[in-house]
Write a protein that binds this ligand. Structure first.
Ligand SMILES: Cc1cc2nc3c(=O)[nH]c(=O)nc-3n(C[C@H](O)[C@H](O)[C@H](O)COP(=O)(O)OP(=O)(O)OC[C@H]3O[C@@H](n4cnc5c(N)ncnc54)[C@H](O)[C@@H]3O)c2cc1C
Ligand code: FES
Length: 351
């Protein structure tokens, strides 16, 4: 028996009839042997549709590296919903996420979170992180894609005199742009940070069709280690440019969305969620995860884009299509990622 479980057993003498874990949770809401939690310590509005939420995490939280992300869970209408968010705080600080309200969970987080709320957390992960040694950097971001890069800039620029960072950030206009004041202050104090704000309402989007825009915005871009985070089209276009230039290894991409294969006609079918005793009819492009959630099935989820594998669920029978590659599978008992799989005929799932 571990020291912790021995202690919990000893405590039960004093806490009966409340189980010791529940008692600990009353005294310290971050204490749980099963689920990592955080208590919200501040909520800072950033733009009319986004806010930064900072947490004091439980003791089992592993400090994040600048640029990493974590899964955050909240209970909405009694159902725990998980989404992934980049950690915008610098390495070494309490974790913070900067959320833009675009859908169900993000809108809930931005509009309803209050200091003192408890959220569920999963450990930080991801390899969109700073290089091991000092290197000239180019950060290309758009919209909420600036969040992991903000963590990198906050970590690097004030601490390293040799920092050499060019940030090219696109947003609709000044009002929609995240962290503008702080970035301008940092750039004024630290000559190693050079800022280019691109307001697309006035100037249009940066083109990656050829290197013309980049040559103008950051003439030595080819000699910099580059990071890019933003909408899928921007990431795909930047990736293609770096490939064409023969520099793919110098570009690191962070995606908030999955790149999907082109839709195929047909597909779809009836999904049976065996344990929940529910059935739904879906088309061939709806992720099984979404179909289940909409039918009220409690399904594990995390990144919702095929990275974290939190959503793995046994396929009891039927054929499914991987929405990223278009490939189909029908191996009974196979663990499938419900967030990037759709029905390609009748499907039975073990959830
Ligand atoms: C590694 C990673 C890091 C992330 N970091 C951040 C972050 O720092 N800040 C942040 O606000 N979000 C971030 N996201 C996105 C976040 O996880 C959610 O996808 C987002 O908040 C939408 O969830 P929702 O429940 O509000 O929307 P849902 O109700 O699930 O979806 C609403 C609709 O919005 C679409 N959608 C989902 N994401 C986006 C998007 N990014 N842009 C445009 N449309 C979208 C969906 O396809 C859907 O049609 C990150 C995602 C990943 C995988
Ligand atoms: S939810 Fe992360 S892989 Fe499916």
């Amino acid at each position: 028996m571990g020291v912790k479980s021995a202690a919990l057993r000893a405590m039960s003498v004093f806490t009966t009839p409340i189980p010791p874990e529940e008692y600990l949770r009353l005294v310290n809401p971050l204490a749980s042997s099963r689920q990592l939690r955080g208590v919200v310590t501040s909520v800072t509005p950033e733009t009319p549709t986004s806010a930064t939420i900072t947490f004091r995490p439980g003791s089992r939280w592993q400090p994040h590296q600048a640029g990493q992300w974590a899964r955050v869970g909240v209970e909405i209408d009694g159902v725990r919903q998980w989404r992934s968010y980049s950690l915008s705080a610098p390495a070494g600080a309490d974790p913070a996420v900067t959320v833009t309200a675009i859908g169900r969970v993000s809108t809930y987080l931005v509009r309803n979170t209050k200091v003192g709320d408890i959220v569920f957390l999963a450990p930080p992960q991801g390899d969109f992180v700073l290089p091991a040694g000092p290197r000239p950097l180019l950060m290309l971001t758009a919209g909420s894609g600036i969040t992991p890069v903000m963590s990198m800039i906050r970590t690097l620029v004030p601490r390293r005199k040799d920092a050499d960072v060019v940030l090219v950030h696109s947003s609709r206009d000044r009002t929609a742009s995240l962290f503008t004041d702080e970035l301008q202050e940092l750039a004024a104090e630290h000559p190693g940070l050079h800022l280019v704000h691109r307001y697309t309402t006035d100037e249009g989007r940066i083109s990656f069709a050829d290197s013309g825009d980049l040559d103008r915005l950051c003439p030595d871009w080819r000699s910099r280690k580059a990071y890019v985070c933003g909408p899928t089209e921007m990431l795909d276009a930047a990736h293609a440019l770096w490939e064409r230039t023969g520099l793919p290894d110098t570009l690191t991409v962070e995606r908030f969305n999955t790149a999907l294969a082109p839709e195929v006609p047909g597909g779809g079918g009836q999904i049976t969620f065996e344990k929940s005793d529910k059935q739904v009819e879906v088309d061939g492009s709806t992720p099984l995860l979404l179909a289940g959630e909409e039918a009220g099935v409690i399904m594990p989820s995390g990144c919702r884009m095929g990275i974290c594998r939190t959503c793995l669920t046994p396929l009891l029978s039927g054929r499914i299509r991987d929405l990223r590659t278009g490939e189909t599978h029908d191996d009974e008992g196979e663990l499938i990622q419900t967030c990037i799989s759709a029905a390609a005929g009748p499907v039975h799932l073990d959830c």
